[in-house]
Design a binder for this molecule. Structure first.
Ligand code: GLP
Length: 261
């Protein structure tokens, strides 16, 4: 894993968005794996700004979102499809027929999940998978004890995740208990994973992901098996990493051709 520690969330977001934009410029038909959550909002705002002010072109980009709530359709204001429309899809020139979000209203869920996997494959696989991390160390909605070989499927949320996501709903009872999510096996097949975390509330999860054992109790730790994962943190999210000085040293001494900025 490559660990990049930025002084604050703002500079972390600028770098994170730049890595995405550089891929889209170099490979206009890139396949992006997209994530939701509060952490991602400034990223999409920056990509929208780049589209509007600098002409960043999404017309040939294909996207696959990580996850969706079971039972929520695109018109529900807490569905991840709605989130994506609001923060990105409606504000850039991505083509609707290249957008993929797991269908929370699917009647045959196993068949819909299987089809999602096939669509990823047919698109040539994911070039860059964006990820946030839950406080319990999940990626997507791969809750603790998810198989590290899992594929897109239905999952039941833990109480901790329901509590964490409840502030977005009118009350905790409104949070769907089931979700569809790409599996850890699906995520690990992306050519590059780019994960973002800010704030002290993510520090334990980040430390477990980067420096802890690989375990299904912290599904993000499976990224240690991925050959190209870039982790962008602010100082607070990095505060529990034992080797944080080493990561800074590595980053500051990278040869120019390896740098992102
Ligand atoms: C949800 C999403 C994850 C996201 C996590 C953190 O559980 N399924 O993909 O990484 O929330 O969200 P936030 O960025 O709001 O902390």
């Amino acid at each position: 894993m490559e660990i990049i520690i930025k002084p604050d969330a703002k500079s972390g977001c600028v770098l994170f968005a730049k890595i995405i934009a550089d891929l889209v410029k170099n490979k206009p038909n890139a396949v992006l794996g997209l994530a939701t959550g509060d952490t991602m909002e400034p990223i999409y705002a920056e990509l929208v700004r780049m589209h509007q002010e600098e002409g960043l072109d999404f017309s040939r980009v294909t996207s696959f979102n990580l996850d969706e709530y079971v039972g929520l359709g695109r018109s529900h204001n807490q569905s991840y499809r709605y989130y994506m429309e609001k923060h990105l899809f409606c504000n850039v020139n991505i083509s609707t027929d290249r957008i993929h979000v797991p269908n929370g209203l699917a009647t045959d869920i196993p068949a819909a999940c299987q089809r999602y996997e096939e669509e990823i494959k047919a698109a040539g696989g994911i070039d860059l998978q964006l990820l946030g991390i839950g406080r319990i160390g999940h990626i997507g909605f791969n809750e603790p004890t998810s198989s590290l070989a899992s594929r897109t499927r239905i999952k039941t949320l833990t109480e901790a995740t329901i509590r964490d996501n409840a502030p977005h709903f009118e009350n905790e009872k409104e949070v769907p208990i089931r979700v569809l999510t790409m599996g850890i096996g699906t995520i690990l097949e992306a050519r590059c994973c780019l994960i973002l975390a800010f704030g002290v509330k993510k520090a334990d999860a980040v430390a477990s992901m980067v420096e802890g054992p690989i375990t299904s109790m912290v599904t993000a730790s499976a990224l240690q098996l991925h050959p190209k994962t870039i982790v962008v943190l602010d100082e607070d999210a990095a505060s529990k990493l034992q080797l944080r000085d080493y990561y800074r040293h590595v980053y500051n001494n990278k040869p120019a051709w390896q740098r992102y900025e």
